[in-house]
Design a protein around this ligand. Structure first.
Ligand SMILES: NC(=O)c1ccc[n+]([C@@H]2O[C@H](COP(=O)([O-])OP(=O)(O)OC[C@H]3O[C@@H](n4cnc5c(N)ncnc54)[C@H](O)[C@@H]3O)[C@@H](O)[C@H]2O)c1
Length: 385
């Protein structure tokens, strides 16, 4: 069993999810590689979440508020950096310069320029294994869809719809935080925050946007500042993107409807994808996370949707029986298994079984940059390759 010693930089929501996944590595007993968290770094240390790490991570040996100290720790082989977007470039590049393997977070740079700087640092450090966290790829139904794409089961693609719908900002009384400020979250707004997750399937499939017409909306313009006043809420709340897509392999073209919404009444955390093809179609939504809807069509035959209960059909074998349901923390565990297996062996067991790559992050930066221009000019804009 190989042990990869990790440091976590940014001990917020996502940093804690990783600590929890690492703590239940016994759940994936067939793996021959495991993470061990030995160091953490957070901007402030005198907060309950740092006490949580100290209490729950017995392997922890370094706690610091200076990421340079963590990166200078020779015991740390890999880092998970989960910090606000304005810090991605500085911290990811520093991690690579320190020779650490890196799991970063989306949007992998606050804007396209930052993303290019990160990708440049990755090219200068081929010894570092680098991926971007996105757990949605690892839901069993999504892995099944990936295998169908690999097998060419859809026939010619007719149309793809994907999206990520939240209602987390429906309440106008919700206080402002960094995710609603240009300076920390970036100009993409909801696109940079939620959009990368919705792009994972099309981009991995090699379905790439040629152009985009985006309609972006800013619904709630100010929010309580937490100190009795109001603060401007600057970022785009919702984005609807219509793209002309091209299949990089077949050259086939089709429409791609991408909806990314923070204010989507009735939705909580609904990542979804729908693929319509001449031979098969699928519909999947996290609203019904264990069900895959599938329609297979033979010329002249009946059309009927089947609903498949996916259960625990996982890519990285776990101790949970196959008939049991699967959830978010299972997806996060599978994502970390994918990261470590690829770090250890140099390859993912299947094309859709690996984490999001830096090259895929460059694709969404191209798309969201074009979407901002489309909104500003109220016209269709070409997406730079
Ligand atoms: N994969 C997902 O589903 C998912 C979900 C939410 C957020 N994210 C991403 O994760 C990243 C972090 O988001 P979050 O929701 O965990 O944010 P968060 O605000 O909960 O946590 C961020 C943490 O970073 C710390 N921090 C800030 N500056 C720092 C610095 N200079 N050095 C060390 N620590 C510092 C903060 O103290 C905070 O604890 C973002 O890129 C976000 O887009 C991913």
């Amino acid at each position: 069993m190989r042990t990869v010693r990790f440091g976590i930089i940014g001990c917020g929501m996502m940093g804690r999810e990783f600590a929890s996944a690492a703590a239940r590595w016994l759940h994936v007993p067939e793996l021959t590689v495991r993470p061990e968290i030995v160091a953490i770094c957070n901007r402030t240390l005198d907060v309950p979440k740092i006490a949580w790490f100290r209490e729950n991570v017995p392997t922890l040996r370094q706690v610091t508020s200076d990421y340079r100290e963590l990166l200078a720790n020779p015991e740390v082989e890999a880092v998970y950096v989960a910090v606000p977007h304005h810090l991605h470039e500085e911290l990811y590049v520093a991690a690579l310069e320190a020779g650490k393997h890196l799991m970063g977070e989306k949007p992998f740079g606050i804007d396209r320029k930052a993303n290019e700087a990160i990708v440049g640092a990755i090219e200068r450090h081929p010894e570092c294994f680098v991926r971007c966290a996105s757990q949605f790829l690892f839901f069993p139904a999504v892995q099944r869809i990936g295998r169908m794409i690999e097998a060419g089961a859809f026939g010619r693609i007719i149309e793809v719809n994907a999206g990520f719908l939240h209602s987390s900002d429906l309440n106008p009384q919700k206080p402002i935080n960094w995710k609603r400020m240009f300076r920390y979250n970036g100009e993409y707004g909801c696109m940079g925050d939620l959009g990368p997750h919705a792009c994972t399937i099309p981009f991995r499939a090699g379905w790439l946007p040629k152009n985009v017409r985006a309609v972006l909306t800013d619904i709630v313009r100010e929010r309580p500042d937490g100190e009795g006043g109001m603060a401007p809420c600057e970022t785009w709340d919702n984005a609807v993107l219509l793209c002309e897509m091209q299949d990089a392999v077949s050259g086939g073209e089709f429409p791609f409807n991408l909806r990314i919404e923070r204010i989507s009444p009735g939705e909580k955390n609904n990542w979804y994808v729908e693929i319509y093809g001449t031979r098969a179609s699928v519909r999947y939504s996290l609203k019904d996370a264990n069900a895959l809807e599938l329609l297979e069509y033979a010329p002249g035959g009946e059309q009927h949707w089947r609903r498949i209960d996916m259960g625990h059909e996982v890519t990285y074998p776990s101790i949970t029986p196959e008939i049991f349901q699967f959830g978010v923390s299972d997806a996060i565990l599978q994502m970390w298994a994918a990261f470590l297996v690829e770090l250890d062996t140099g390859h993912a067991p299947a094309p859709f079984a690996g984490c999001v790559t830096p090259a895929e992050s460059a694709l969404w930066h191209g798309l969201f940059t074009a979407a901002l221009e489309s909104q500003a000019r109220t016209t269709t804009v070409a997406v730079a390759p």
